[in-house]
Design a protein around this ligand. Structure first.
Ligand SMILES: [Zn+2]
Length: 302
């Protein structure tokens, strides 16, 4: 299990059957909920029991939800419906208060110990509950919106506008030149961490254009070929990380001095040695829960 944990990517590989063709049918959703297991979220924290996502019988947590609490259909897990329920209405942590026999944890921290299958489901749950918490009012006219389609739509009763859960595309890229890659230190990173470069895709941009713009802005390098590698849902709050390699033709770079504090070329050999734990100094590479780790590792092990 520990080996799998290292090789796989957190928040990806969601095994739920989403049954999206049934979600617009309120009677079907109600029938599913009657026989569901529940993943409760309190203040966007997830419930963890013995290093797994706690799946509760409905009676254990529905009394903790406030009136109109969001209850989102996640999908079918081995045929049994799974819902996420927002119990943030509780003034205090219901687990700490002894009302639930497990522990609410921040999902990013919990991802280090949870099986990937659970991080993927909890990521879906957190992103959706978070979206409902922030979209109670219509951005078009300001009226209160109604929950619909098992949680995959909100509808405004005043102006009929429809609102759908958002996913924000983020490009994350590793510049490479031969057997070296360029990694950088963002000012928001923990001390010593160097990683790939990243930024939101802007309206009107392709993935490739966003990669080129971000690399120009952050380290002033021009990308030649750009190749897609893999993607990762990143529910903080609702990003989709799009991992790419960017081949560059010169090793000259200049950090923007603002977002990126430092950058350095690192050889494939050094990356491999660091990933194997053979070099222990102040420099750290990203942890396996991040797609940056997999971009760097997959390149180094090619
Ligand atoms: Zn409206």
């Amino acid at each position: 299990m520990r080996v799998l944990k290292i090789m796989m990517m957190s928040f990806s590989g969601n095994v739920l059957e989403r049954a999206s063709e049934h979600r617009a049918d309120p009677a079907w959703i109600a029938a599913q909920r009657a026989q569901a297991l529940i993943l409760p979220l309190w203040q966007l924290k997830v419930l963890v029991h013995e290093d797994r996502a706690a799946r509760l019988e409905p009676h254990l947590c529905e009394t903790l939800a406030g009136p109109g609490a969001s209850c989102v259909f996640l999908g079918l897990e081995n045929g049994r419906p799974l819902f996420a329920l927002d119990i943030s209405h509780q003034p205090e942590d219901p687990a700490a208060a002894g009302l639930l026999a497990s522990e609410f944890r921040d999902l990013r921290a919990a991802a280090f110990i949870l099986p990937e299958a659970d991080t993927a489901i909890l990521g879906q749950a957190k992103a959706l509950i978070d979206w409902h918490r922030r979209h109670g009012f219509c951005p078009n006219c300001g009226a209160a919106t109604d929950f619909a389609d098992g949680g995959y739509r909100r509808v405004c009763p005043a102006c009929a506008a429809e609102h759908f859960p958002r996913t924000d595309p983020v490009v994350i890229m590793l510049p490479i030149d031969g057997d070296h890659c360029l990694i950088g230190r963002n000012k928001r990173f923990p001390e010593g961490l160097y990683s790939a470069f990243a930024g939101f895709v802007e309206p009107g941009e392709t993935i490739e254009e966003a990669v080129r713009r971000e690399l120009r802005e952050e380290v002033n390098v021009a990308a030649a070929a750009i190749t897609y590698h893999a993607s990762q849902p990143w529910p903080f709050p609702s990003a989709l990380m799009i991992g790419c390699y960017a081949t560059v033709s010169t090793r000259d770079f200049a950090t923007d001095g603002h977002e990126i504090q430092d950058a350095r070329w690192m050889s494939r050999q050094e990356v491999r040695a660091r990933l194997a734990g053979e070099i222990t100094d102040a420099i750290k590479l990203p942890a396996p829960i991040a797609i940056a780790h997999h971009l760097i590792r997959d390149w180094a092990e090619r």
